[in-house]
Each structure stands twice: as structure tokens, then as C-alpha cells.
Design a protein around this ligand. Structure first.
Ligand code: SF4
Length: 367
């Protein structure tokens, strides 16, 4: 039975002020030259931007209904960064070396007129602009997203079995509607489409083979994701993790696989090709095969905090600087200082006994 942590305990011991002070001091300090690398020599390549903390699903591994119910204190609209503010911060990150921007949430397609933001980000130049969605609204939005300048899209789908999927999204949402969204995205040219499946033992491991079979030869890439101890509310236990090696073995026994090289340094998914040329799959093994050594990802929360790790406890408040009259050069100095100071490697040190500290929720900063 999942351990539900009371709302009050979700509030982490507050280091926000100290981090905000750090960002502010760095913004005021002279610039530091040289290539931008963190304390472990990792560059800054990816920015994940959460555009809303709300979602129309209640996936059990991310936003359990017991916690994220009617009285959950979601952010007020005034607290969210505006599209203009997001685009400004993104430009600062791009100038510092970011080449891939992923829009996330909550569910990003719930943010009204998100296409407008995509067009602003598209104007930043040669950036790989992608978005992760649960697919619920995709069928009617795909063409507009593409027209606004989105390069690619990732759709979450945890099973093809309708009962299993409805149980995992916990809002009784049907598989068919997500498949319609995937088809609409393909028709709109948002390919290659990546399909993320979180595998939780005891819930959907029987869906691994049907998912692989369904999308083999389609050009779409299914990425099987190990169930992670993100946040503090999803009742994570190591026993519920289906290791990536087991997933690859399960598929490979039926449809032989060969390892494939990463597309670029820091790519999250480990790639496997079907030996018969039927395309590829990916596995994202944060629990059993940590990939922190070349993690180049920063995250921007909906209300303007920078998080340097998915499993962080606190973030650096940039919104105060953005709304406080600091110019872009000052913002860049703050971001550079935050990155240089970064030494996160949570997945390398996590074990089955790692205490469940109140980490930031994935629905707040995106996956
Ligand atoms: S645990 Fe943190 S540092 Fe490691 S790969 Fe994930 S986000 Fe990067």
C-alpha cells in the first residue's frame, strides 16, 4: 500500500531564501569567463520548462489523487511566469549553450495558447524544441503545435490495455483517445514520436510486450521508464521497479534487440534496435543504471525556479530577478553561477533504503 505523506510534510526545510540570495549575488557579481561546466564537468545542453503545475490526469506514479485532490494548493496564475518571461529566461539559457528545450508540466497542453509560447521559443533559433504530453488534448492541437514551430513530441502511454491504462491515469481516460492523438501528431509531421511508458511492477509489466509489438515498424520509439522515487508522494518502493535489463530481456526474447549508440552525449534513454530492422526502443533506467555522469539538464519550474536535478529539494528563484529589473546579462550571470555550483548525482547514490525526503514534485518541474 502506497505511503501517503500529509500535505504539511510536503513542505521541504526551506533553503529557498538562501538559494535566491545566491542567485541575486551572482547576478550582481562580475561575469566569470570560460566554458560553462558544473562541478562535475558537465555542460548545460537541455532546458526543461514546466508551463503549468496542473494536469487532467492523476497518474499514480506522479500525481496520486490522494494528495493532488480538490484542495491541493496549485499555483495561482499570477505566480506563473508569463510567456514573455519564459521566452526571456529561455533566451538566456540558449545564449549559455542550451540546444534542446522541452516543454512539460503538469500537462503543458492545459496552458492556454501554449502555441504562442512555442512560436516565441521557435524564434530563438536553432533549438530542438519538443514537448511531453499525456496526449489527452493532442488530437485537436497537433497541427497548431506543429505550425507554431514545435519540432517533435513525446506522448506518455502506460498501457494499451484500457483497464490498466485507466487505472494508471486514475481519471478513467481511454487508450483510444491517446492513440488518436499520436496519429494526429504523426499526420502533423511531429515525428519521430517518442512514447513514454512508465513500468510499475504489479500494475503494467504485462503491457511491455504488447506496447513493443504495437509500435515496432511504426517509426515511433517506445521508451520504457523505470518507476522512480520522484517527489515524496508516489509511495515508491524498490520492489515495484522493473529493471531496464529485465524489460530488454523480455522484449528481446520475442523480438531480438541489439544495442545502439546514443544520438548525443547526455541522451537520457539507452537505445536498442530491433535486429530485423523494425526500428528501435529506449529504456530510461534512472534507478538501476544511473546516468548522472553526463546529465546536462536544467529545469525551470512554472513559477520561475531553476532546479539542477529532478530529485532536488529546492530551486533557485529567478522570477524575483526577472521581475526585479535585472537585465539579461545579470540573469545570465546568475544562471551560470547556479550551474557552476551544481554537483547533483542523486541516482548514483540512491538505494532501496534512501529515506524519502520531501523532494520537489515531478508534476511541478516536469520529468
Ligand atoms: S538524478 Fe539528477 S543528476 Fe542524475 S541524471 Fe537525474 S536529473 Fe541528472
Amino acid at each position: 500500500m502506497a505511503t501517503i505523506i500529509p500535505l504539511a510534510d510536503l513542505r521541504a526545510p526551506d533553503r529557498t531564501d538562501a538559494l535566491a540570495a545566491f542567485a541575486r549575488e551572482a547576478a550582481l557579481a562580475p561575469a566569470v569567463g570560460g566554458a560553462l561546466a558544473d562541478a562535475r564537468g558537465r555542460g548545460l545542453h537541455d532546458l526543461r520548462i514546466s508551463v503549468t503545475d496542473r494536469c487532467n490526469f492523476r497518474c499514480v506514479y506522479c500525481m496520486p489523487k490522494d494528495v493532488f485532490g480538490r484542495d491541493y494548493p496549485f499555483l495561482a496564475h499570477a505566480d506563473l511566469l508569463s510567456f514573455e518571461e519564459i521566452a526571456r529566461v529561455a533566451r538566456v539559457f540558449v545564449d549559455l549553450g542550451v540546444r534542446k528545450i522541452r516543454l512539460t508540466g503538469g500537462e503543458p497542453l492545459l496552458r492556454k495558447n501554449v502555441e504562442r509560447l512555442i512560436a516565441m521559443l521557435r524564434a530563438l533559433g536553432d533549438v530542438d524544441l519538443t514537448l511531453t504530453t499525456n496526449g489527452a488534448l493532442l488530437a485537436r492541437k497537433a497541427a497548431d503545435l506543429r505550425a507554431a514551430g514545435l519540432s517533435r513530441i513525446t506522448v506518455s502511454l502506460d498501457s494499451l490495455d484500457d483497464a490498466t491504462f485507466r487505472a494508471m491515469n486514475d481519471v478513467d481516460f481511454p487508450v483510444a483517445r491517446v492513440l488518436e492523438g499520436i496519429d494526429a501528431a504523426a499526420a502533423a509531421g511531429l515525428a519521430p514520436i517518442k512514447i513514454n511508458m512508465v513500468v510499475k511492477r504489479g500494475m503494467n509489466e504485462a503491457s511491455i510486450l504488447p506496447m513493443a509489438r504495437r509500435f515496432k515498424g511504426s517509426g515511433h520509439i517506445v521508451r520504457f521508464i523505470e518507476f522512480m522515487d520522484v517527489g515524496a508522494t508516489n509511495g515508491w518502493r524498490m520492489d515495484d521497479v522493473v529493471p531496464a535489463a529485465e524489460i530488454v530481456r523480455t522484449i528481446g526474447a520475442q523480438m531480438p534487440l541489439v544495442p545502439a549508440d546514443p544520438n548525443y552525449e547526455g541522451e537520457v534513454a539507452e537505445r536498442w534496435r530491433y535486429a530485423d530492422g523494425g526500428g528501435e526502443i529506449g529504456v530510461i533506467a534512472s534507478v538501476t543504471q544511473a546516468f548522472c555522469r553526463d546529465c546536462t539538464r536544467a529545469r525551470l519550474s512554472t513559477d520561475g525556479k531553476v532546479y539542477t536535478c529532478l530529485f532536488a529539494t529546492d530551486g533557485y528563484d529567478l522570477r524575483t530577478l526577472v521581475r526585479g529589473g535585472f537585465d539579461d546579462a545579470a540573469l545570465a550571470r546568475a544562471v551560470a553561477a547556479i550551474w557552476r555550483r551544481r554537483d547533483d548525482r542523486y541516482s548514483e547514490i540512491r538505494t532501496a533504503d534512501t529515506p524519502r525526503t520531501p523532494k520537489v514534485e515531478m508534476s511541478y518541474i516536469g520529468g
